[in-house]
Design a protein around this ligand. Structure first.
Ligand code: M7G
Length: 348
């Protein structure tokens, strides 16, 4: 496993990561500055300690007081859990995910952990290992306030494959997404540098063929194995693959070329080690392209959901109207409104 921190000047990269995650790190530092004994002593001597403790926890930890309503989904294999609940009386979805083990932390893990023996048999033994606290982090994503659609997005559901003709897109899907899709405010915030500006890896500011390349928020940037960036186009008139024609070839080839070059420069990962694709249907209807480490099985990179950018480019070179007229298949979850629309139209 390779570490991002080792790639480009190590101190600079690690610092960037820390800055990007300031909130989380600050909690860590605050915790480490006070020993357990000192804290116990302070709490014991202070009659207001309960109240203080509550206030301190609430200000240092934005998740303090979160009340779980239901676990939407969890996976022992992926080591994650999607939780719906209330945060300060607002609906929220929290995603907890154990982070991968990094090669550059092995020395600290082996030398600095506490081990409890579970069992020993012949040459075999298993342990419960408690690594130092800073190596025991969980990537935590918070959506708050979360809409009903967010809750449904993360709920484990039966899925069905839908085949959508070009006509179905215009008569069923388009009206539906125009009225129902997720807000793309977060996308505009990125394009306008109102959010995540310090995370931008590359930008081509051209309003026609330009884009912003930055880490997807699913990637914690601590290792390259699950590298995931997204290129978000500056123009706001293309919702998805369906909106592309040969006129957009300069945009797509520009993203492929400059996206791959910037990833090579920043992370040392060659184009032959990347899968570059678009989702259909996407969750967010503002054209964006995923750049993933080739070996990483990202959710949504299966054949029923992902379209390789190189295929898209070739299809448009062969037929400008390819995505206007061809049938496209995609999975829909049982509770997705779009599925009912296809059922109502007798398409399923
Ligand atoms: P998508 O193809 O629309 O659908 O991808 P998916 O969410 O079903 O994969 C949108 C991508 O944007 C996803 O990979 C998200 O993880 C990512 N993403 C979503 N939000 C709200 C943000 C955000 O605020 N910042 C960043 N950097 N990425 C986001």
């Amino acid at each position: 496993m390779s570490s991002v921190c080792r790639k480009t000047p190590p101190k600079k990269r690690c610092l960037r990561i820390k800055m990007a995650e300031t909130g989380k790190r600050e909690v860590d530092f605050a915790d480490r500055n006070e020993t357990d004994t000192a804290k116990a002593k302070r709490l014991k001597n202070d009659p207001n300690s309960d109240q203080d403790n509550h206030n301190e926890s609430a200000s240092a930890n934005p998740l303090f007081g979160f009340k779980t309503t239901t676990v939407l989904r969890d996976s022992a294999r992926e080591k994650n859990m999607f939780i719906h609940g209330k945060l300060n009386d607002q609906d929220a979805v929290i995603i907890l995910e154990k982070t991968p083990i990094r090669e550059d932390t092995l020395l600290e893990i082996f030398n600095g952990s506490r081990l409890k023996l579970d069992m020993r048999n012949d040459i075999y033994s298993t342990y419960q290992l408690q690594p130092p606290a800073h190596l025991n982090e969980m990537k935590t994503t918070v959506v708050c306030p979360a809409t009903e659609k967010h809750v449904k997005k993360y709920l484990r559901q039966e899925t069905y494959l839908v085949q959508e003709t070009g006509e179905d897109y215009r008569s069923i899907t388009l009206p539906y997404i125009q009225s129902q899709s997720f807000s793309v405010q977060w996308v505009y915030n990125i394009l306008e540098k109102k959010a995540e500006a310090e995370r931008i890896v590359y930008e081509d500011p051209d309003q026609d063929v330009g884009f912003v390349l930055l880490p997807d928020f699913k990637w914690d940037q601590k290792q390259l194995d699950d590298l995931h960036l997204i290129a978000i186009v500056h123009r706001r008139d293309i919702k998805s693959l369906r909106g592309l024609t040969a006129l957009h070839l300069p945009l797509l080839t520009n993203i492929r070329k400059k996206g791959e070059e910037s990833i090579l420069k920043r992370y040392g990962v060659a184009a032959s080690k990347l899968k570059v694709y678009l989702h259909y249907q996407p969750s967010y209807y503002h054209l964006h392209i995923h750049f993933n480490a080739l070996s990483y099985e990202a959710p949504g990179c299966g054949v029923e959901h992902a379209h390789l950018l190189s295929d898209v480019i070739q299809n448009l070179q062969a037929d400008s109207q390819y995505y206007h007229s061809r049938s496209l298949s995609f999975p829909l979850r049982a509770d997705q409104g779009l599925l009912s629309k296809f059922k109502d139209a007798g398409k399923l």
